[in-house]
Design a protein around this ligand. Structure first.
Ligand code: BDR
Ligand code: CA
Length: 308
């Protein structure tokens, strides 16, 4: 399996990348997109995370700087001014957005064996579909962090990634992917990194541990300010964990559509096809999670205990 991680780092995107780097997954490329931060900052942040983990040889391709709708919605405030809780570098000047070219190229060279993990708004993926209608058919599997069956996180109705570019979500949902999996807030809300787990990261021998410990501190502060709880949700790492261990999540077939305007813009309407028998499934949606199994995998893979 070849893997592209399309992301908008973002603290939880950074943690997802680190989980992937520590695992046996073969990462062909990282593509970046506007979302939590500008695409210039997201691209710089992806590179910062690679450096923190001591990873070389994984290309980072900058992607869309504007959502498909053309409307740049507010970025997420949970990740600090630079997306990495103050641990980022200057935004990278981007000469050419090459992400979509690479998505298309790899979908041809790795036909039927390409998995895409989409951890940010779906702008790049939708642009690839718009450029080549056959793209979706060549991709083996698209796993998306986004949406919610229940409540949103940026409005009562909408989850951030879907809300940021609903037009792109719509294109993706209609594209006819054979294996589209959607991991939304219903399950990510159950994987909350604790203060104890953060301490375990500090004590780890992973080269990225000091960087991550500090970065998570900013994430905790944001959750404390907005939710009044100590900890932080591991939205994006759950996608990578699902690729590594299919037992962590339970998924159900559903027909999914997205609200394109109005007060509930960005909301995902999820129709389980076991219940709504006239609907034809276009995705499998995560409905259950084993948080313990997730955290064991996440910590053991990314932050092995120090032996010193
Ligand atoms: C999603 O929004 C972003 O802030 C996170 O990185 C995650 O991808 C959660 O709603
Ligand atoms: Ca993200």
């Amino acid at each position: 399996m070849a893997l592209i991680i399309d992301c908008d780092p973002g603290i939880d995107d950074a943690l997802a990348l680190l989980l992937a780097f520590g695992s046996p997954l073969e990462i062909s490329a990282i593509t970046t997109v506007v979302g939590n931060v500008s695409v210039e900052q997201a691209t710089s942040n992806a590179q910062t995370v690679l450096n923190a983990a001591g990873i070389t040889g994984v290309p980072v391709h900058p992607g869309a700087g504007t959502p498909l709708s053309g409307l740049v919605r507010a970025s997420s405030s949970s990740h600090g001014f630079d997306g990495l809780g103050g641990r980022g570098s200057e935004p990278l000047a981007i000469r050419e957005a090459t992400a979509v070219d690479h998505l298309l190229r790899l979908s041809r060279s790795k036909r039927d064996s390409l998995t895409i993990a989409a951890l940010g708004p779906l702008t790049n993926i939708a642009m690839a579909i718009q450029r080549d209608a056959d793209f979706a058919q060549r991709v083996d599997r698209l796993v998306v962090m986004g949406g919610a069956i229940g409540s949103g996180n940026v409005t009562p109705a909408a989850e951030f990634n879907f809300w940021h570019d609903p037009a792109a979500v719509d294109v993706v949902l209609r594209a006819g992917f054979t294996r589209l999996e959607i991991i939304g807030l219903d399950v990510t809300g159950q994987v909350f990194l604790s203060a104890e787990a953060r301490e375990r990261i500090r004590l780890s021998s992973a080269p990225s541990a000091p960087f991550v410990y500090e970065m998570i501190g900013a994430y905790f502060d944001a959750y404390w300010r907005s939710h009044g709880v100590v900890g932080a949700e591991m939205c994006d790492p759950l996608v990578i964990a699902h690729l590594l261990d299919p037992e962590i999540l339970t998924l159900s077939e559903a027909y999914v559509e997205v609200e394109l305007e109005g007060q509930s813009v960005g909301r995902s309407n999820v129709w389980p096809t076991a219940r709504y028998r006239d609907k034809i499934a276009n995705a499998r949606v995560a409905t259950g999670v084993d948080p313990q199994r997730f955290f064991t995998l996440f910590l053991e893979t990314t932050f092995p205990a120090s032996t010193a």
